[in-house]
Design a protein around this ligand. Structure first.
Ligand SMILES: [Fe+2]
Length: 197
């Protein structure tokens, strides 16, 4: 296991993908703009969507994870290389449950290590990230190609999304209490053993 990402193929994605692509995004009028990355953040409220409620219940009951606190929808244009950053400002985001809604082929997330200083920047929608000013040449720690299933990622490690020919829309669910990546992986592993002893 690595400390950067953890695939969750056992979590079904069909309904949630359909909901975001066919209902949520068109209704809110979310779209690609001229920027390479656009993002839209929403507080999760249980009276708003039955589909997200069902995901929330499944995460809590089946997977024993904390409830959903909020989610962010990211739009990355094709051939975009996002600046290397960590999520959040002084309050770092320690975990994110991500689902790529569009064609995941040739879309990558890369994680880096090295010596650096952080610089807080507004990414739009009042959402802040910390950009990385490297003091040493960054080295790739891990990378993975997007899949059509959920992946838990560790956004406190410097990272970037790189897209090739396809535009990418990702929904990122953040859980209550800002749980650490490792604690969620432990819960998911326990659940896996429970299902397939
Ligand atoms: Fe990020």
């Amino acid at each position: 296991m690595n400390n950067c990402y953890y695939h969750i193929p056992e979590l079904d994605t069909d309904k949630i993908r359909k909901y975001f692509l066919e209902e949520f995004i068109p209704k809110k009028g979310l779209t690609f703009s001229n920027d390479k990355t656009d993002l839209y953040g929403y507080t999760y409220s249980s009276n708003k969507s039955q589909t997200v409620n069902e995901l929330n219940d499944l995460l809590m009951k089946e997977f024993k994870l904390p409830a959903i606190a909020y989610f962010i929808v990211f739009f990355h244009t094709p051939n975009a290389t996002q600046a290397i950053h960590t999520d959040g400002d002084d309050i770092v985001a320690y975990s994110s449950l991500n689902l790529v809604l569009t064609n995941p082929k040739n879309s990558f997330m890369k994680f880096y290590t090295g010596e650096y200083e952080k610089e807080v920047k507004d990414m739009g929608s009042g959402y802040k990230s910390s950009y990385i000013n490297w003091k040493t040449e960054p080295k790739i720690l891990e990378e993975f190609e997007a899949t059509d299933k959920f992946t838990l990622v560790n956004p406190e490690i410097p990272h970037q999304v790189i897209t090739k020919e396809h535009p990418r829309i990702t929904v990122c669910f953040r859980l209550f209490g800002n749980p650490k990546f490792k604690s969620l992986v432990e819960k998911l592993e326990i659940n896996r053993l429970r299902q397939h002893p």
